[in-house]
Design a protein around this ligand. Structure first.
Ligand SMILES: Nc1ncnc2c1ncn2[C@@H]1O[C@H](COP(=O)(O)OP(=O)(O)OP(=O)(O)O)[C@@H](O)[C@H]1O
Length: 226
């Protein structure tokens, strides 16, 4: 399962936000998209989920042009998205928040996803009945990661998963992402600095003012895909 962006252009209110963005994310690969605030990382993720409109260029999934595919159908391809601001519903419980993608889309298997997430993050089982508003910011990030995994069975898009999270919890989130290697999931991690994910990533792309200015191999071996 390979994702490829080809010369992607996004314009918001006639301002160019992404300018000719091209990169590839291979099967089971973990790629860092690194850039300062406002560089365009979230917009890149939104072009992949289908939430941003392309002014030019194309997005391919396994060689198929999905540039015009609505977000709902992309979720059905197994794309999971963890937004930077978490977007949990405060009055819903942890479990209900994680089930939201499955409630919104019949093609997503909620019970199967939940059991996968609880196996991966047993700490979420203990807080499953708690309302989201009672959680710390870091715990909310864990729940948002769990929710992204319910839909994200082939591609996981994580926007600043470590931002504002206490070190112990950031380490735990990093461990969880690392353990996905064996699932063959392709993972894109957008962040302003690499510190928490250096050991997780095979490659990083640096984005500056809407352009990829550098691409570096980080030398972490990809998991063989079966
Ligand atoms: N809806 C919008 N209206 C106006 N400008 C926008 C909109 N969305 C994004 N932008 C602008 O596009 C640029 C890129 O934003 P984007 O959120 O993609 O950056 P980012 O790298 O993810 O940064 P951050 O981590 O701060 O969100 C910024 O200059 C931002 O102000």
């Amino acid at each position: 399962m390979t994702l490829r962006l080809e010369n992607v252009e996004v314009t918001i209110q006639s301002a160019p936000i992404l300018r000719g963005v091209s990169f590839e994310l291979g099967d089971g690969e973990r790629l860092g998209l690194v850039g300062r605030n406002g560089a365009g990382k979230t917009t890149v993720i939104r072009t992949i989920t289908g939430l941003a409109t392309l002014a030019g260029g194309k997005v391919f999934w396994n060689g198929t042009d999905i540039s015009g595919m609505p977000p709902r159908e992309r979720a059905e391809l197994g794309f999971g998205y963890m937004p930077e601001d978490r977007r949990l519903v405060p009055e819903l419980t942890v479990e209900e928040n994680m089930l939201l993608p499955a409630w919104a889309n019949d093609a997503i298997d909620g019970p199967k996803g939940l059991s996968f997430v609880y196996d991966l993050m047993p700490e979420l089982t203990q807080m499953s009945g708690r309302k989201a508003l009672l959680l710390s910011g870091g715990q909310q990030k864990m729940v948002a990661l769990g929710r992204a995994l319910i839909a994200g069975r082939s591609l996981l898009l994580l926007d600043e998963p470590f931002e504002g999270v206490a070190p112990a919890l950031a380490k735990r989130i990093s461990e969880v992402i690392a353990s996905l290697k064996s699932e063959g999931l392709s993972v894109l991690i957008a962040q302003s600095e690499l510190s928490h994910s250096m050991e997780l990533l095979q490659r990083e792309c640096v984005i500056e003012r809407g352009e990829i200015i550098k691409e570096t191999e980080l030398g972490v071996a990809a998991e063989p895909q079966g």
